[in-house]
Ligand binder design. Structure first.
Ligand code: NAD
Length: 323
């Protein structure tokens, strides 16, 4: 069920007080930047498990930004009014969640529970950063929101996939039982400045390797696909969903699908060095293909990812060079 109309009025960012968990992470920090630009008051919450204080360094003196250092798997009190709670805290790269399996499950389960509790207490709307990983290794292509997924619950990736599936179920339970306004975004692979060089995701790994003149390590035969969305596009979609009237779940991502070999080529072009590729073993349960059906987001929000891969990679490489 994707067309779940709220019937509640739209939401204005200007002067809204917004809690963002995972604020020191890649997406959370970009989200904070845009929220502040739109006039919101932002309270970031992060325990720096996989995030970095540097991502928020430029906001140190911002009068509408504050940061609470806290693990959201335990109760947190946020004094004052809150208009929206955006729950983005979670290890997100396969390297991180394979290393932090229990923390990943706890932040998806207990963290989501605490943040839904906060939203209920404050009468705020709640947004969940869910993921395309709820579709697992999909048997339907591209993936629409109505697809239920193909997840191995006890495989190594299950800790992330199932935590997000539980989080979605819990958000809908709070929506049904307590009537709180929820927004569930199923985010597909997103890239851009501030991804950690060593977080294991393909884009930063390839950029790091190409910049060092080392062969790019491509898993398997490189024919598996991903659809990569530039972070500015994603944030625009997230805020459209937050302010709009539909609950979701809503796919947000780029429909432009590339093989990993094509991605490796595009990164080498963006870096301007061509050390070639080295094929390596494919991780367990690695999805063979991944592309969102974004017709729901397009219909409801008029949203689509507009920044093409070459442009997004050029911007990302420029940031790594300057960092
Ligand atoms: P990230 O690792 O850069 O950011 C996650 C942030 O959450 C970090 O700052 C980390 O310190 C914080 N965090 C983790 N556990 C916490 C806890 N218990 N308490 C407080 N803070 C905690 O990852 P990201 O790529 O920015 O992902 C952000 C969110 O978006 C995640 O929920 C992820 O599942 C979701 N998502 C991201 C992508 C993507 O392509 N980047 C795709 C799908 C979904």
């Amino acid at each position: 069920m994707t067309d779940h109309m709220e019937g509640d009025p739209g939401f204005r960012l200007a002067d809204a007080r917004v809690v963002v968990t995972g604020a020191a992470g890649f997406l959370g920090s970009h989200l904070c930047d845009t929220l502040l630009r739109e006039g919101a008051v932002v309270v970031g919450v992060d325990n720096f498990l996989t995030g970095e204080a540097d991502n928020l360094g430029h906001l140190g003196d911002h009068e509408r930004f504050s940061l609470v250092e806290h693990d959201v798997t335990t109760y947190v009190e946020i004094p004052g009014e809150v208009d929206a709670v955006l729950h983005f805290a979670s290890p997100a790269s396969p390297i991180d969640y394979l290393e932090l399996p229990i923390q990943t499950m706890k932040v998806g389960a207990l963290g989501t529970h605490n943040m839904l509790g906060l939203a209920k207490d404050k009468g705020a709307r709640f947004m969940l950063a869910s993921t395309s990983e709820v579709y697992g290794d999909p048997e339907i292509h591209p993936q629409p929101e109505t697809y239920w997924g193909n997840v191995n619950p006890i495989g190594p990736r299950g800790v992330y996939d199932e935590a997000k599936r539980f989080a979605e179920a819990l958000a809908f339970a709070y929506h049904g039982a307590h009537g709180i306004a929820i927004r569930v975004a199923r985010i597909f692979n997103t890239y851009g400045p501030r991804m950690r060089m060593h977080d294991g995701r393909a884009v930063p790994t390839f950029i790091r390797q190409a910049m060092a003149g080392e062969p790019l390590t491509v898993h398997g035969d490189g024919s598996q696909t991903r659809s990569l969305c530039y972070v500015d596009d994603l944030v625009a979609g997230l805020l459209g969903l937050l302010c709009g009237r539909v609950t979701g779940p809503m796919n947000l991502g780029s429909p432009h699908e590339v093989t990993m070999l094509e991605l490796a080529e595009a990164v080498q072009d963006a870096v301007g060095r061509h050390p070639g590729v080295q094929l390596s073993r494919r991780p367990v349960d690695d999805p063979q293909m991944r592309r969102p059906d974004t017709s729901f987001a397009h219909r409801e929000l008029g949203w689509e990812a507009g920044i093409d891969l070459r442009e997004g990679l050029a911007r990302t490489v420029a940031w790594y060079r300057a960092a």
